[in-house]
Design a protein around this ligand. Structure first.
Ligand code: GLN
Length: 492
């Protein structure tokens, strides 16, 4: 039998319906692969019993012809999603052994449709980071290595475990969250597909909050079609999240293969950064050429406030984070370190429970929200945010269907290589992705080429609000032209 872990989600779905293999066999193949790949540190918790139970149920529904759209499909879940009865920590010590008595809406919808949970995936602590190095469970290793080198590389972040697990065939797809790039950047670093939907498309209920006005859940998979399939199950209105939008969920898969002829694609001139590497420049031009060959029209567009996006993001996101993280005080959740009185208990718990990057964000957030500074920082950043959103609206008003940019300024870097002396060096990873969160738009990252050292590189397509379908159509054009990217297995 072919190795069941190397199938695409689409092929696995077909194989299950055709009864070429059972859901239990498919799940067992993944559980065995996970066991051999522990060196990647992608999973922080494996849930084999739950997986086998769900797989057996899927086999019954398939036999009865009552299978849901994801029946028997094994998935990994970012540890930011609350899962009933299964430890959920956001990869922070402060949540300790927190076992939620409730399920996030997004994961509930995946189980409703028959998917199987293999385990919980590593991420940067509270999703703050671009390399998965801030996790309390230690860094995740990228399955990709530079040609001729065995140096361990980061998978990107914050959804590093999700990206690494999908790229290493440790699940057929995974959930992620994206506040400033945490789906698109790791997808690009590991040669897979990831989409951040429009703000409000997926419910945030039951997902550990980082920056509530920016956070959005989305899927990772190895093909554009597979992400479209997952997205249909994850999206939808949820009265429990007041920012979730009540619009029908389209059949995203139907957008695959739809013609892109005549579509206007914008190339934003402000994304051509000083000192941009030749490799990224070439990749971007290549992507534009592929879309042109498929009949799209490429035009230069301007997003003049791009240069303010990163600084404004690093005011807004920490401000919201400092407020969201106030609830971790040693009383309600997980870890507690006692003190002489309640104030000291709070202090001791927070001092011991949060890692250095999370503390930095809380300090920045508290500072920009404090009396006397609020107008100068937080209010001004909100105004910049409005201007960034307007830049996109102006471009879309010219009839542009989507915008093409690089996903990241470079390929994956080594563990421990960046951000030690200056955190801004790490923050710069998100230069092409944060604008999309600030404007609430959908963005997809699709693998498109390799750098000089053999590492995958991705392109990003940014769409109009709630027009994920166009991103899937265009993304698949790039995928068809670029082919698939598979890391050489060195960990077994
Ligand atoms: N890297 C960005 C940050 O650290 C974005 C993270 C995310 O999207 N969750 O804030």
């Amino acid at each position: 039998m072919t190795d069941l872990t190397s199938l695409t989600l689409t092929d696995a779905r077909e194989g299950l319906v055709q009864k070429s293999f059972t859901a239990l066999e498919l799940t067992d193949a993944h559980l065995a692969a996970m066991e051999k790949a522990r060196v990647l540190n992608a999973y922080v918790l494996e849930t084999p019993e739950q997986a086998r139970t769900q797989a057996r149920v899927a086999d019954v529904t398939i036999a009865k012809g009552e299978a849901g759209p994801l029946a028997g499909i094994p998935l990994g879940i970012k540890d930011l999603f609350a899962t009933t009865g299964v430890r959920t920590t956001a990869c922070s010590k402060i949540l300790g052994n927190f076992i939620p008595p409730y399920e996030s809406t997004v994961t509930a919808q995946l189980w409703r449709d028959g998917a199987v949970m293999l385990g919980k995936l590593n991420n940067d602590e509270f999703a703050m980071g671009s390399s998965n190095e801030t996790s309390a469970f230690g860094p995740v290793v990228n399955p990709w290595r530079r040609d001729g080198s065995d140096a361990k590389l980061v998978p990107g972040g914050s959804s590093g475990g999700s990206a690494s697990a999908v790229a290493a065939n440790l699940c057929l797809g995974a959930t992620g969250t994206d506040t400033g790039g945490s789906i698109r950047q790791p997808a690009a670093f590991t040669g897979i597909v990831g989409i951040k939907p429009t703000y409000g498309r997926c419910s945030r209920w039951g997902i550990v909050a980082f920056a509530s006005s920016l956070d959005q859940a989305g899927p990772f998979a190895r093909t554009v079609r597979d992400t479209a399939i997952l997205m249909r199950s994850m999206a939808g209105h949820d009265p429990k999240d007041t920012t979730s939008v009540d619009r029908p969920v389209p059949d995203y898969e139907a957008a695959i293969g739809r013609s892109v002829k005549g579509m206007k694609i914008g190339i934003p001139k402000e994304y051509r950064l000083d000192g941009m590497s030749n490799e990224i420049e070439k990749l971007w031009t290549q992507g534009a050429d592929w879309l042109k060959a498929a009949g799209a029209e490429l035009i230069e567009v301007s997003l003049p406030h791009t240069k303010y996006a990163l600084p404004a993001y690093y005011v807004v996101a920490p401000a919201e984070a400092s407020s969201n993280l106030a609830r971790y005080d040693g009383v309600r959740y997980g870890a507690r370190v006692n003190g002489k009185n309640i104030a000291e208990m709070y202090e001791n718990t927070r001092a011991a429970g949060f890692g250095p990057e999370v503390k930095r964000r809380i300090m920045i957030g508290t500072y920009v929200l404090s009396a006397g500074y609020y107008d100068a920082y937080y209010l001004r950043a909100q105004k910049v945010r409005t201007l960034i959103k307007k830049d996109f609206e102006d471009v879309f008003a010219q009839g542009v269907s989507a915008i093409l940019t690089p996903a990241t300024p470079s390929a994956a870097f080594g563990i421990g290589e960046k951000g030690k002396a200056d955190p801004v060096e790490m923050y710069l990873n998100d230069i092409f992705t944060v604008t999309v969160n600030m404007a609430g738009l959908p963005g997809i990252a699709v693998p498109a080429g390799r750098d000089g050292q053999g590492l995958p590189l991705g392109l990003q397509l940014i769409g109009r609000p709630f027009d994920e379908e166009t991103l899937f159509s265009l993304g698949e054009v790039i995928e068809q032209a670029a082919g698939h990217f598979t890391a050489k297995k060195w960990w077994v």
